[in-house]
Design a protein around this ligand. Structure first.
Ligand SMILES: [Zn+2]
Length: 485
């Protein structure tokens, strides 16, 4: 017997007609989602689950997602070029419709799939899973403006291959392991490493006593950067090998794509000491000399960009520093500056907006995971309790791979918090960080992750509202300059 459509919840925005075919996203009473297709295109999809009304329903597999994106090309991740962008990392894979809800009213490109291989491994997801979730989410929301997909923090050739094959179109090279922590080296050691660089003479020739004038038409700032011998030696030792790696990865990508139909970012954000303006200039000059085309650079900025909480550092100093970094970017091709761990940095968004305007890329991720946890805190206190307790237990181990300052002693047992304050306790810095870094243990765990996913599927519209409200606070501050014009 053929079931009727009325047995399902219909995501009305998703409806698309194509020739004689009609497409919809549905949810059954067990909160499982299906793709509904009627008409000739229903032959293109795999594993039909049931006949419904005039068509068939299909499970949301990766294969079916890619097939859908072949029919509707706007569902395929795209190269965004140098348009300002906001990265919505989604560790769970259910957040995209909420993310899109927050960005729709802004003229900013969304990067919907954004995850590092390290993170995917932690939560047992493949690059295909990550891309497919963004396709399903864009379909649910009928988002046709085009979005990016960022294979973040790539370190190996193998990871580049895997993510390119899965449909990612932005590649963030992380040559952090090649960056020397020169603050830990003696002058002799630094000199020895410099002399070991094959082209050290050429580098001296190229930069010694040379002045580079960098300026911003936007802010009317002008700076002259002159390299003395020590500047060249220190910049080269710190970043020469990192630049070499970035060059290599770029040409690997060019080969994979048979051209440069992809976005490329070089990130050194996860390294020990801030990138000085001269070092930034050194990096981009070397990249440009080797004909590497890139859309964004993520320097290690001054101050602390800790996960899930506001910026820690001298705002005034960051502002002066950012003006020089921005002038360099404007003078050498007008590329974007990229801010990793960019969520919840409310005190610096006005600076980014004022100084960079349309040349920023801000990446967020764990903050969306916290909004998902807020759904459990609001609707399923017993699931929230399991997440909270397990996160406290796993925190000492999980924190080792992050730069965060939370102290477990300051995080209360859940029994000390009233149940009606569960959602609100997620605004406390210490609790945010403890939950933020322990997501791996929650999302990989069989039973608890299953219950958590079910909760999010049941309360998906609340989940989307939490996400869009929280991320709107980010975008609203980043885009204030534009609206002020
Ligand atoms: Zn990063």
């Amino acid at each position: 017997m053929t079931a009727s459509l009325s047995r399902f919840y219909i995501y009305e925005k998703s409806e698309i007609s194509f020739g004689t075919s009609r497409f919809l996203l549905l949810k059954n009473s067990d909160n499982e989602k299906y793709l509904y297709v009627e008409g000739e295109k229903s032959d293109s999809f795999n594993d039909p689950a049931a006949k419904v009304a005039e068509g068939c329903i299909f499970p949301l597999t990766n294969e079916n997602a890619y097939q859908l994106a072949r029919i509707f090309p706007w569902l395929k991740p795209q190269k965004l070029g140098r348009k300002k962008a906001f990265g919505f990392g989604d560790r769970i894979g259910l957040a995209t419709p909420g993310h899109l809800k927050s960005i729709e009213k802004y003229d900013v490109k969304p990067v919907l799939a954004q995850q590092s291989i390290r993170e995917m491994d932690r939560v047992n997801r493949s690059p295909q899973d990550v891309v497919a979730s963004s396709i399903w989410g864009a379909f649910e929301r009928n988002y046709t403006e085009g979005f990016g997909a960022d294979a973040d923090h790539l370190k190996t050739e193998e990871d580049v291959k895997k993510s390119a094959a899965a449909g990612f179109r932005m590649f963030t090279c992380d040559p952090g392991a090649e960056v020397y922590n020169i603050s830990k080296l003696s002058e002799d050691e630094i000199l020895k490493i410099f002399n070991g660089i094959e082209c050290s003479d050429i580098l001296l020739d190229k930069y010694l006593d040379r002045s580079f004038l960098v300026k911003s038409d936007r802010t009317d700032d002008e700076f002259e950067l002159t390299f003395n011998r020590e500047d060249i030696i220190r910049s080269s030792v710190k970043y020469f090998y990192a630049v070499e790696k970035a060059i290599k990865m770029y040409f690997q990508l060019k080969k994979e794509f048979n051209g440069n139909n992809f976005d490329y970012e070089i990130s050194v954000d996860e390294t020990a000491s801030p990138t000085t303006p001269k070092e930034h200039l050194f990096i981009v000059r070397e990249l440009i000399d080797k004909e590497v085309e890139f859309e964004s650079i993520a320097p290690r900025f001054r101050g602390d960009f800790e996960k899930g909480i506001d910026y820690k550092g001298e705002i005034g100093e960051l502002k002066e520093n950012l003006k020089i970094h921005s002038a360099i970017a404007e003078s050498f091709g007008n590329y974007k500056l990229s801010f990793h761990s960019g969520s919840d940095k409310f005190s610096i968004y006005p600076l980014i907006s004022e100084i960079l305007a349309d040349r920023y890329h801000v990446k967020t991720s764990g903050t969306s995971y916290l909004e998902a946890v807020r759904v459990a805190a609001s609707k399923k206190p017993e699931i929230f309790k399991q997440i909270y307790d397990l996160s406290r237990i796993n925190f000492p181990e999980a924190r080792k791979s992050y730069n965060i300052s939370a102290q477990l002693e300051k995080v209360p047992e859940l029994s000390e918090i009233d149940a009606e304050d569960y959602p609100g306790c997620l605004d406390r810095d210490e609790i945010r960080q403890v939950l933020h870094v322990t997501y791996g243990s929650i999302l990989e765990g069989d039973e608890i992750s299953k219950a958590f996913y079910q909760c999010l599927q049941e309360y998906d519209s609340l989940h989307y509202n939490f996400l869009s409200e929280h991320l709107d606070k980010h975008l609203n501050l980043l885009e204030q300059q534009e609206r002020g014009k």
